[in-house]
Ligand binder design. Structure first.
Ligand SMILES: *Cc1c(COP(=O)(O)O)cnc(C)c1O
Length: 475
């Protein structure tokens, strides 16, 4: 029953791919955010019985129904959400191939092709970020959180030679590192996981433009050194999750150099600017980073999860993760790289294929075009918001728009009501967030290459309607 008959398999593939095609071509007619009712989902599940086998067709239908009814449809063009894109066609095909061929990416010798594809991609992206391909090393990760965790580990190993063997307790080191108030929360978790503790994360305030305030950064470093802490890393965010803001990379690089600190660029989403001739200048300075986090499952629209950690220090991943004695395995006189000696994982799936196939088919130009389109839709949304008396509060050329009502006091409570009304419409999905300066805002991001002028107009009319309803309720 684990391997089904050939005829049955062919029917299953057809059913699966028909369901996928039905979802993609019919997504416009689904509510972006359906009712997400835990009770209903549980009673649906309670009707099943693992003691009684279902036919493959029933099992697949059940799943497709569940996924269609009970999830926020991130691939919907009305999803103005949290960097979760519509997956590329080639990315979907890649994940199916990976599941079937099931290459094991622990050791090179088990899956040479898959390994070489991933290393090829790491070098290609390293070059896009301005690294020397020959010096570039890296690893695919489950996502940005794992890539940031990897960055923290490599920065610790790079800064404290005893870290990998002895840890920090014996040496009495008190490491601290710096992130902006707009940075991603994964660094807090990573600090817990490495054992240096969340208190080791120094949160630097942001200036009015929401970029890291480098004067405050310098003051904090000086204070920490005076108090016998050991600063070791500064994280610059390249496209913050909240507001798409890019920290001042050149200045941060200089401060890192002055104090001998590791410079990590968290470019999970905004790193895609490297693929766009127009936006590449915005991330100037990223080429000086010691390490970079980049997520292909964000702006490059491959299915989740596909993170990348890239570094220009060839040895640092091995120094961090290598446990056996042999340094680099050599196959037929050629140096090859075992992924397990380069990451937290042992068994690992072929994450890179969905990026490889997407890039092979779209090319750099195809991606540049998608980025251009999404940025243009972001500009259009900004214009249409302003024309309708909504006030845009963040300044970025990237398509994340934070806004409040331009004609009403926008308390958290008020914005929440607007948000609830937008979500209830089923026509668009946006979110609410608190910026690093404490301001509550609504947030809309063009995450989808399919989002067009009509979707922008729909969002505007849904927002205007929400304002009307909410103000009525408040009178
Ligand atoms: C999304 C994001 C992360 C976390 O990445 P995951 O892939 O969700 O784990 C980290 N940093 C930034 C700036 C992000 O936008």
């Amino acid at each position: 029953m684990l391997l089904l008959e050939e005829n049955s398999r062919k029917e299953i593939w057809k059913q699966v791919f028909d369901s996928i095609e039905g979802y993609i071509s019919g997504i416009d007619s689904l509510p972006v955010s359906p009712e997400l009712d835990a009770e209903k989902i549980r009673s649906m599940l309670a009707r099943l019985d693992f003691g009684k086998a279902l036919s493959p067709a029933e099992a697949i239908d059940f799943t497709v129904e569940g996924l269609t009814k009970y999830q926020v449809h991130t691939p919907h063009p009305g999803y103005f959400g949290l960097f979760n894109p519509a997956p590329t066609t080639m990315g979907i095909a890649a994940d199916a191939l990976v599941a079937a061929f099931n290459p094991q990416l622990a050791a090179w010798s088990h899956s040479p092709f898959a390994n070489e594809v991933e290393q090829h991609l790491i070098r290609a992206f390293g070059e896009k970020f301005g690294f020397d391909a020959k010096q570039t090393d890296g690893t695919f990760t489950s996502g940005g959180a794992e890539a940031n965790h990897t960055a923290l580990l490599t920065a610790l190993v790079g800064s404290f030679p005893d870290y990998a063997e002895k840890g920090l307790i014996e040496t009495g080191t008190k490491p601290v590192f710096y992130v902006s108030a707009e940075s991603h929360h994964s660094f807090l978790k990573a600090a817990r996981l490495t054992g240096i503790g969340a208190a080791a994360v120094r949160v630097v305030e942001v200036a009015e433009d929401l970029r890291m305030n480098t004067e405050s950064l310098k003051k904090l470093i000086v204070r920490d050194i005076a108090q016998e802490f050991h600063p070791f890393m500064i994280v610059a965010t390249v496209g913050t999750t909240n507001s798409g803001i890019i920290d001042p990379l050149d200045e941060i690089y200089q401060i890192a150099g002055q104090y001998g600190l590791w410079f990590h660029a968290d470019a999970a989403w905004g790193g895609a600017a490297a693929l766009s001739p127009e936006f590449r200048p915005l991330i100037k300075g990223i080429e000086f980073a010691d390490s970079i986090t980049f997520d292909a499952h964000k702006w490059l629209s491959v299915p989740m999860g596909a993170g990348i950690y890239i570094t220009r220090h060839r040895e640092i991943l091995s120094r961090t993760f290598q446990t056996a004695n042999s340094y680099m395995p050599v196959t037929d006189g050629v140096e090859v790289l075992d992924p397990y000696s380069h990451s937290m994982n042992w068994s690992r799936r072929f994450i890179g294929l969905k990026l490889f196939l997407s890039l092979l088919v779209a090319g750099w130009d195809g991606y540049a075009e998608a980025i251009r389109h999404q940025a243009a839709m972001g500009e259009l949304l900004r214009r249409r918001l302003r024309a309708n008396n909504w006030k845009v509060v963040n300044k970025t050329a990237l398509p994340v728009i934070c806004f409040v009502d331009g004609q009403m006091e926008s308390s958290r409570d008020y914005l929440q009501k607007i948000l609830d009304s937008v979500l209830a419409s089923g026509k668009a999905w946006i979110s609410i967030t608190k910026l690093g300066n404490g301001q509550d805002v609504l947030r809309a991001c063009i995450t989808n290459y399919r989002t067009d002028e009509e979707d922008i107009e729909t969002l505007i009319s849904v927002l205007n309607e929400a304002r009307k309803q909410t103000s009525k309720g408040q009178q």
